[in-house]
Design a binder for this molecule. Structure first.
Ligand SMILES: Nc1nc2c(ncn2[C@@H]2O[C@H](COP(=O)(O)OP(=O)(O)OP(=O)(O)O)[C@@H](O)[C@H]2O)c(=O)[nH]1
Ligand SMILES: [Mg+2]
Length: 442
């Protein structure tokens, strides 16, 4: 499971700047989708092949007690409680302030690992800029420049060091689809899960791995086996699931990351919110297979049904690779079709794409529409092969491919998805500029 790094510090120390730097490389791997706005407080980053979740806690103030600041502070408190590592940012140009001391005192009480990061240290002497902050009693201050990148790579290496790298799960157990059911509070996740499990008995006991792992619950339905990831907003109490009061974005992200297929539950009686869209954005960013269940369909009239469909097309258009189902978890209607789509989405996510057919599809796409020339560069695509599953990755070989625009990448994605009839999973294109075999490199 990816470790969660939470950024804390008083206003203006550079949390958002560091957040952007920590998540930038990862975002660049995913083609921009129209209509997709990323939540600028939660993101996934990577160094080498190590990935991590980053949270920017803007507005964290241990003394704020009311109003919107209080609301934001609560979110921040929750992120701090769920952090694997805390990065406490201070401003090396301003020096130590009383506010820093208050935050430090608060962070020490959490008992979580805290790294003291002295930002805006570019062009300053490491020892000098750090000296002021030893008195916080949080260990050696680490000077960085979020704006220029100095020291950031070392910082991430240090922070990630205690966390084991994820191993690819490819035991037979990994062949059982792992399903996460996610959504905002009160959309009906637990009702859906209970409808899903129905009278079926849970076929094994909970399998907690480490304490950091989500709990996985094996079950059987229609003769097929699945594993349900016990998620944010959902906890098992005896035999049934119930909603827990606290919605956790971090736990939602972790569940998405640990699953093969996500069922995103929406509430037909409510507007589609930014939070719904942001969760959808994470699912897309993680490349997960997806089924959307628009719940409480029994509780809305025809007028409202039309409105919600328009709303969905407008706000969640970037999830059009997924099947949308209109269901009533309470009445048990639509649950079967959701599971049918889960099966189809899983199959699509795990499909093997034969190389000759991939290359033929690529060539047909090139005939239909060649990638545009970019200045003096003319991208050339030669052949394609599969580079992974869940999501399926198509590796395209050629030259000058760094100049292919995002719109053309999306055209290729659509072409491959149509050709292979992939329903319910996103697909990634990866470009490889091949070496010229006639040029010796010694
Ligand atoms: N010189 C210098 N300036 C920086 C650095 N990092 C951030 N800044 C500047 O500091 C200011 C605040 O940066 P933000 O990233 O918005 O700070 P923040 O902690 O997110 O602020 P709040 O969200 O208001 O709590 C901006 O003007 C940044 O350009 C740095 O490494 N060096
Ligand atoms: Mg900020």
């Amino acid at each position: 499971m990816k470790p969660t790094i939470v950024l804390v510090g008083r206003p203006n120390v550079g949390k958002s700047t560091l957040f952007n730097r920590l998540t930038k490389t990862r975002d660049a791997l995913v083609a921009d989708q129209p209509g997709l706005t990323r939540d600028r407080h939660y993101g996934v980053g990577r160094v080498g092949d190590r990935e991590y979740i980053v949270v920017d806690t803007a507005g964290f103030d241990p003394v704020a007690k009311a109003g919107i600041m209080h609301e934001m502070a609560q979110q921040a408190e929750q992120a701090i409680a769920e952090a694997d590592a805390l990065l406490f940012l201070v401003d090396g140009r301003v020096g130590l302030t009383p506010h820093d001391e208050q935050i430090a005192a608060r962070l020490r009480r959490t008992g979580r690992p805290v790294h003291l990061v002295v930002n805006k240290a570019e062009g300053m002497q490491r020892g000098l800029v750090a000296a002021d902050f030893h008195s916080l009693g949080l260990g050696a201050p680490l000077p960085v420049s979020a704006a220029h990148g100095d020291g950031v790579k070392d910082l991430v290496d240090l922070v990630l060091e205690p966390f084991p790298a994820d191993e690819e799960p490819d035991e037979p157990e990994a062949k059982v689809p792992r399903i996460a059911i996610v959504g905002r509070p009160n959309v009906g996740k637990s009702t859906l899960v209970n409808a899903l499990l129905g009278e079926e008995r849970v076929i094994a006991f909970d399998l907690p791995g480490t304490t950091r792992d989500a709990i996985a619950i094996p079950f059987e339905r229609g003769g097929r086996r699945y594993t349900l990831i016990d998620t944010a907003g959902l906890r098992r109490r005896g035999k049934i699931f119930e909603a827990i009061e606290k919605f956790s974005v971090i736990k939602t992200l972790q569940a998405i990351e640990q699953s093969n297929v996500v069922v995103l539950v929406l509430d037909a009686t409510q507007e589609i919110s930014d939070q719904d869209a942001h969760i959808g954005g994470f699912i897309l960013d993680e490349g997960r297979a997806l089924v959307v269940a628009v719940n409480k369909w029994d509780a809305v009239d025809d007028y409202r049904r039309e409105r919600i469909k328009e709303d969905l097309a407008r706000k969640l258009g970037f999830l059009s690779f997924a099947r949308f189902h209109y269901i009533s978890a309470l009445k048990g209607s639509g649950v079967g079709v959701v599971m049918k789509s889960v099966d189809a989405a899983y199959a699509a996510a795990m499909t093997n794409l034969a190389t000759p057919r991939l290359t033929r599809t690529l060539q047909a796409a090139l005939v239909k529409q060649a990638p545009p020339r970019h200045g003096i560069f003319r991208p050339k695509m030669r052949y394609a092969h599969q580079g992974g599953n869940n999501p399926p990755v198509v590796v395209v070989h050629g030259s000058a491919l760094e100049h292919v625009p995002a719109s053309y990448v999306r055209f290729l994605e659509r072409t491959f998805m149509d050709a292979f009839k992939l329903q319910g999973t996103p697909l990634r294109i990866q470009f490889k500029t091949s070496h010229n075999p006639y040029v010796r490199k010694d």
